[in-house]
Design a protein around this ligand. Structure first.
Ligand code: DGY
Length: 319
């Protein structure tokens, strides 16, 4: 039987490539740079499967890929999928939940600690040789332990962050979520709060909602004004869940103390973005899941998802 054709717009580790080659006729974009859209549209003309990381899977692409049966993204977020259009064209979408929860939660803790203890700012200062004898600047940060942590979005990653806050840092953890999760409250000893109460009472606010039309600018001017002036805001979800201009103003006016950001409204972030010059903002280039182990696990899961979706054998995580 002839193998189904799959195109991967992302280079894959050798073991994952070999796995795919056993099951499908694989072609891979052979550069480590982002594949230009017009080339992608050419490559997918006769394929049944596509492996992607963030390309828009929309009507434009689907029209050009009459044989496409499944698209597998190496990410848990799938806001780049137009799920309605995919349903219309009968294309299955798959993603990679679970395998990245701990890694993203670790990064959220790193952002909290870095912003609270001013790690990047003081690291840069030390490396510039500005720590001089007789210098008695205390360079105070703020404590993380025993503080109030408010998590917005209690999905799998939210839960994993709650565990770290509770068990690792003795924090008082509360959450806001579309729907209440009594079993999680009981298991982790965390409290449900309204969005307003969580925003006005938390010392650390972590945003962990998936991006959708409902969550675009979920945190904006009103929400920043509700936060304590001492609050530290962390976003490791998607940049567009926050009104970035409102966040810049809140930081400039001292309405919140600091922010830790792994994501931006526009990525890569514009070099002129004011957030990049603020000492009280820790910035990262969207690396929430970026450890070798986790990215490999995600790529393997994406490969298995795709093979299962194409062959109808085995299970896959559909979006
Ligand atoms: C994810 O998996 O969604 C991460 O944010 C990487 O895009």
């Amino acid at each position: 039987m002839t193998k189904q054709k799959v195109f991967s717009e992302k280079q894959l580790p050798q073991n994952i490539q070999s796995y795919l080659e056993e099951h499908v006729d694989l072609k891979v974009w052979d550069k480590s740079t982002q594949m230009p859209r017009e080339l992608l549209l050419k490559e997918i003309k006769d394929v049944q499967g596509l492996i992607t990381t963030g390309s828009a899977i929309n009507e434009e692409l689907l029209q050009q890929a009459p044989e496409l049966k499944a698209v597998s993204t190496i990410s848990v977020g799938y806001n780049h999928f137009d799920t309605e259009a995919m349903r219309k064209y009968k294309v299955i979408g798959t993603h990679t939940p679970y395998v990245l929860d701990d890694t993203v939660a670790d990064l959220v803790m790193a952002l909290m600690l870095s912003a609270a203890r001013r790690i990047p700012e003081l690291d840069a200062m030390t490396k510039r040789g500005e720590w001089k004898k007789g210098d008695d600047n205390p360079r105070f940060g703020v404590d993380v332990h025993h503080k109030k942590l408010g998590i917005i979005g209690m999905g799998r990653i939210g839960e994993t962050i709650a565990k770290r806050g509770k068990n690792g840092f003795d924090m008082e953890v509360s959450y806001f979520n579309r729907s209440r999760k009594p079993e999680v409250e009981e298991k982790l000893h965390i409290e449900y709060k309204s969005k307003d109460d969580l925003l006005s009472e938390s010392d650390f606010i972590v945003l962990m909602v998936p991006l959708s039309p409902e969550t675009k600018h979920f945190i904006g001017e009103k929400e920043f004004k509700q936060m304590k002036n001492s609050a530290i805001f962390i976003n490791a979800s998607r940049g567009q869940t926050v009104d970035e201009q409102a966040m810049i103003e809140a930081l400039q006016k001292g309405e919140i103390l600091a922010a830790g950001l792994d994501v931006f409204e526009q990525e890569p972030v514009e070099p002129t973005n004011p957030l990049l010059t603020m000492k009280n903002v820790v910035t990262l280039p969207h690396i929430g899941s970026a450890t070798a182990e986790t990215r490999n696990a995600m790529a393997m899961l994406a490969a298995k998802n795709l093979v299962a979706a194409l062959t109808g054998k085995g299970t896959y995580y559909s979006v």
